[in-house]
Ligand binder design. Sequence first.
Ligand code: MN
Length: 208
Amino acid sequence: MQNYYRFVNEPLPYSFAALEPYIDTETMYLHHDKHLQTYIDKLNQTMKDNPSLQIYSLEELLHNVEDLPSEVQTSIRNNGGGVYNHRFYFNGMAPQGERQPIGTLEDAIKKEFGGFEDFKKKFTDAAISVFGSGYAWLINDSQGKLRIITTANQDTPLIMGMCPILNIDVWEHAYYLKHHNLRPDYIEDWFKVVDWNKAEGNYRVCFE
Ligand code: MN
């Protein structure tokens, strides 16, 4: 993943239609080529106007957003966060793959939540609870403990020093064309396209 200015909108690792019938083609196209593209364009504009920031990776910018010049903080938080969160979301899904936790993450989910079904219920409740626009995340906290959290708008767990494992975008643009106002139906469909191999890989990175 290309993590430095100038940021580019890399193609999805699967086709726009690949997640049918759970996530529809038009939503995937608009979400990636229009919504994510806009965040990338706005982030690039801020980076272009502030050359001193160009030495930092996207993750470094987000980790340290509070130490950046005050006039760029809002753009980095919203547009940088928008790029990071969307890439994480798109890469966390796949047309084929493990549809439940595997490996070390499976063990950790069992230990922390009692099992996949209990986790699924808690994660779904958290995703439903996001008021307005935001995300639900499975993260590894600084004590090495799995937690489900929610973030508003394009805030990232990186700002809070957490290690992300899995996220779901619950902005309406992620599901409105197919699921209309029924966010719980979208969450249920999303679980059918989660790539747990990827989540396991993300979890392992937390301990490197
Ligand atoms: Mn989105």
